[in-house]
Design a protein around this ligand. Sequence first.
Ligand SMILES: C[S@@+](CC[C@H](N)C(=O)[O-])C[C@H]1O[C@@H](n2cnc3c(N)ncnc32)[C@H](O)[C@@H]1O
Length: 240
Amino acid sequence: MEQQLNLAMPANFQELIEGAHVPDTALNHRTSRYEPLASIWFGEDSELLERLLDFYPRNPPSAILDATVNGGRFWRGSKRTIIGMDIDLRHKPSLVADNSKMPFRSQSFDVVVYDPPHIPNQGRDKSKDFNDRFGLVQRSSKENHYTFSHTFPPFLKEAYRILQSEGILLSKIADYVHHHRYQWAHIELIAAAREVGFTPCDCIIKIRKGPIIDPKWKTAHHTRRQHCYWLVFRKSKKCE
Ligand SMILES: C[S@@+](CC[C@H](N)C(=O)[O-])C[C@H]1O[C@@H](n2cnc3c(N)ncnc32)[C@H](O)[C@@H]1O
């Protein structure tokens, strides 16, 4: 049965945009406890995300932005109230906006979640709903090497600005083979994040249920991508 998504606007939504809301930046470290989180995840993104939100923030996060919310699959079953933003009105996000020009005050979020479009200009595997699931609505041009990596720096600059000090960026990212080349999206994201000041703190391998297969591929000298990554960045000089 479909679960109700909690994409309602938080009570302080207006305040986040117009007011000077700055969450408590005091580093009230929770009582020290270490419940290990495995670096390989076989479950759903939504379950992992809940674990990440419990594991990395220094304080329980209240202001959470999903900057590429799409259908909100990450928040299925979640009791959290989040702002879900998307550039595409059709997904009915809480806010239609471009994540490279975010309409929020600086330092207004504890956590930003980012799942950018990937696998540009391909996906003829009709067994998968590529357009909806992977954000293939957009195409990438030759000038941008048929990838979406050029969208990382403007987003990251904005994510850094709107996060409070010690805030967390959680990003799901997949490498892929395209244009006869292995596209190192996760490396490009890490490099771009470092450039704006984030510290990359962790990397979780998420196993996909089925690899992406395009029937037009006859022979290939690359492995099928059966995993993606969840990368954890902190707006800080240190991770611990
Ligand atoms: C891979 S999908 C996200 C899927 C989502 N995490 C889920 O599980 O339902 C990427 C989404 O990013 C959105 N998007 C692409 N460029 C954007 C931008 N500049 N600003 C905001 N959203 C954008 C797309 O419209 C698409 O819905």
